[in-house]
Design a protein around this ligand. Sequence first.
Ligand code: URP
Ligand code: ZN
Ligand code: ZN
Ligand code: ZN
Length: 467
Amino acid sequence: MSRTLIRGGLVITASDEIHADVLIEDGRITALAASGTPAAEAFTSADRTIDATGKYVVPGGVDAHTHMELPFGGTFASDTFETGTRAAAWGGTTTIVDFAVQSVGRSLREGLDAWHAKAEGNCAVDYAFHMIVSDVNAGTLKEMDLLVEEGVTSFKQFMAYPGVFYSDDGQILRAMQRSAGNGGLIMMHAENGIAIDVLVEQALARGETDPRHHGEVRKALLEAEATHRAIRLAQVAGAPLYVVHVSATEAVAELSRARDEGLNVFGETCPQYLFLSTDNLAEPDFEGAKYVCSTPLRPREHQAALWRGLRTNDLQVVSTDHCPFCFTGQKELGRGDFSRIPNGLPGVENRMDLLHQAVVDGHISRRRWIEIACATPARMFGLYPKKGTIAPGADADVVIYDPGAEQVISAGTHHMNVDYSAYEGMRVTGRVETVLSRGVPVLTGREYTGRAGHGVYTPRATCQYLT
Ligand code: URP
Ligand code: ZN
Ligand code: ZN
Ligand code: ZN
C-alpha cells in the first residue's frame, strides 16, 4: 500500500476550512485529522510527506466544459487531450468533462467512440464526456437512454450555429422530454442563432468585418431570449436545465426568475466573462480575434451581474469553455470577415488562479471558490464525492495552493498549446504548487511529474444537484 501524508495546510472544501492533516492510501483519501491533535500524530509511516504549512490544501479542480481537438470553422481546437490535460494539471484541474460531438447524419455512438479514441491513453488527468446532440431523431433519442446508463449523463444542444450544431425548438423539446425520463441533464447554448445570422449578414453587407462586430451582432437580448425559451421548454418537458457560458445580465435575470419559481434551472459562467470585456474584442490590428467566443464577451457592466449571480447561487458553476485556436493561422481565418473567426478561448490552465484572484478581490469567499470550481461541477455532473471534495473515500485529487505567491499570466510561461494568452500580463496572487491525481504527484513543486495515460475515463452518475 502507498501512503502519502499532507501535513499542516489549511484544508478548504465547499463547506469547511480546517487546519488538518490528510492521509492518502492507494490513491484515495482515507482520513483527516486536525493538525497537532493525537489523531493527526497517529498518521505515521507514510512513503511521502508533503509539508503544506502556510498553504491551502484544496480539491483538484473540476472543469466541466472543455473542447480538446474540437472541429470548428474548418479547423481544430489546438489543444489535444494530451496537451490540454497537461495544462489542466499545471493549473490545478484534475478532472475535465469534454464534449463528444454527434455529427449530423451520424449516431451518438459514433461520435462518442471517436472522442474515446482521441482521449484514451493520452490524458494527464481524469476525464469524462458530455455528448453534443446535433441531430435529434428517433434513433438519437433511444441512444440518449443508453448513454445515460453508461455514464454519459448530460447532453448539449445549441440554439445557435444554424446548419452546424443547431436544434430547433421541437428538437430541443423532444430531447428535454427524453432527459426528463432518463435522468439526463440538457446543457444549453442559449443564443438565438437564426436571428444572429441575419444580423451577421447585415453587418458584413455594411462592411463591418472587424472582430468587435462579433460582439455587436450576438446581442445580450438574443442570449436572454434564448435563455428564457430554453427555460420554458424545460419547464414544459419537466426536465432540469443547465445553461452554459452565461455572459449577459439579462440572461442571469432569466435564470434568477426561474430559480425563484423553484425550477431546476442552473447556470454556468466562465472566467472570460468575469475578467474580460468588449474592450478586448475592440483591440486593434485584428488582435480582437483572440477574444472571439460565443456567447461573446460583453461590455464590462455585465460583470457585476455575473459576480452577484455567483454569490446568490443563481449561477452555480465556473467552467472554462476551453476551446483554443492559435492567433496565427487559425484566428486569422477570419481576417476580413469576423464570422469566419473560429470561436473559443483558451483557459483550462488559468481557471483556479483567476477564481482565487476573485477571492483576493473580495468577489467570493474561499469556500465559494472551491464550491463553484470543484464541488458543484462534480455534483452537477454526477462525480461527487469521488471528485470535488477532500473527505474520506474521495479520490486523492488534491492541490497544494500557495495563496501568497505572485505571478503574471503569459503565453510565454503557460502550458496550453496556443500562441497567446487571453490574460496576457495579468498579475494574480496565488499559485498551484503541487497537484496529486488519485494520489500520484502530477505537479511537484512547480515541476511537471505527470504523464500522458495516467488520466482515466470516469463514467458519471446523473445530476446530484436537483432540488
Ligand atoms: O466560442 C465557444 N464557446 N466555442 C466553443 C463551442 C461552444 O459553443 O461552447
Ligand atoms: Zn456553446
Ligand atoms: Zn434568486
Ligand atoms: Zn463550449
